[in-house]
Design a protein around this ligand. Sequence first.
Ligand code: CAA
Ligand code: FAD
Length: 392
Amino acid sequence: NRGIACLAALSETHQILQKTCREFANAELAPKARHHDREELYPAEQVRRLGELGLMSVTVREEYGGSGLDYQAYAIGMEEVARGDAAVSIVMGTVECLLNNLYLGAVQQHGTEQQKQDFLVPYTQGEHIAFYALSEPGNGSDAGAASTTAKLQGDSYQINGTKAWISNSKEASGGIVFATVDKSLKHKGITAFLTPKDVPGLSIAKKESKMGMRATSTCQLMLEDVQVPRSRVLGAPGDGFKIAMQSLDCGRIGIAAQATGIAQAALELAVDYSQKRVAFGKQLARLQLIQQKLADMATRVEISRLLTWRAAWLMDNGLPITKEAAMAKLHASEAATFCAHQCIQILGGMGYTTDLPAELYYRNARVTEIYEGTSEIQRIVIANAVLRELGR
Ligand code: CAA
Ligand code: FAD
């Protein structure tokens, strides 16, 4: 029974990981989060420490320099890191997305041994970070409509186009670019290319000025006659859309965990403040309308965590996750925005200032409803699955 098995108590390894990550987040992430956000500073030192703790490659096998743990461990680590600083958890999630591409899929392993040596091993320790370039200025949700082109000339593809909203792209050393080898084939022309960032023709254009997650860069990538050898095609030409969808299925578990971490942080701040602040001669926490908010927040946090852990458990057991990961991402992201919103309300005027992190939680939460597939896209994925499962 899928549902019951994933509710079993955390293993000792998971409990130790959770405690280690929580202590690390309290000591080294949360105290710097608002400074990094305000100054739009990339958290290089924190990412390096994530690498030391094995959190930049949780699910990568040890032979490639990873921690060799499971997706449940990844979800636990992401939640705790995001609880401390959600922007740092984006770096962790994006790198995991690249690593997943080399590992996962119907063919089990898309990446060749050489590709793994070049694009897996260097990214496992936090020294190098990666980008994942799927979206374009003209198409985000409709990922199959990619207009970046890849033309085979001799033994290399020549790539031209613009990728948009690419996380980490300013600091990254390399990553994955999706481009079409034949636009008339629609999604069946999309191909995944591994490329270092430091190659002729690849440049960073506009850096977005964002509402939240300001400590990480989000930029446009310009590709002008970028040469990528055939040996750097991941899978086969035309496999790219499926590779992207499979890695987004896993990525959505990560964003669900990230959102759960933000919601948990908002809940903890709201509880703390409501017990310190007095109104009408009582702690806020004794007022039943405030208790209602705390109860609704706590319930949504726990539903988010359970859905996320269930999706991770399915992944760890080799079962389909598309619907379950979408449900976890949908619920957890909307719960994070809800909890951060309620946290601001419970803090009153203090919630609206930058003296306390409630407003940061809100700004960071909001994007979890947008990236790795908007809430509307998650609902489409879930509805399609439900119609297949239950429809005529
Ligand atoms: N796994 C494997 N294959 C899949 C799949 C999955 N989860 N989902 C779809 N496919 C396959 C289908 O089986 C189908 O295969 P055939 O061609 O063999 O029939 C093919 O892909 C096309 O499927 P659809 O017709 O369902 O595709 P669609 O064009 O209607 O799009 C979509 C489906 C779900 C809307 C998809 O486009 C999507 O997920 N869009 C959102 C994009 C997104 O999430 N972008 C995130 C970018 S990364 C980011 O934000 C942040 C970050 O990394 C840090
Ligand atoms: P659109 O697709 O134009 O959608 C606009 C609105 O229309 C949304 O509300 C959407 O839900 C709705 N909509 C679209 N289609 C439908 C439909 N069929 N039915 C109902 N409603 C629909 N992308 C990457 O590839 N790599 C990254 O690293 C990355 N990082 C990001 C970081 C940040 C901070 C942000 C903001 C975005 C990032 N993205 C990244 C891009 C992100 O995945 C897209 O923004 C997202 O998929 C939505 O695409 P869009 O912005 O083009 O919106």
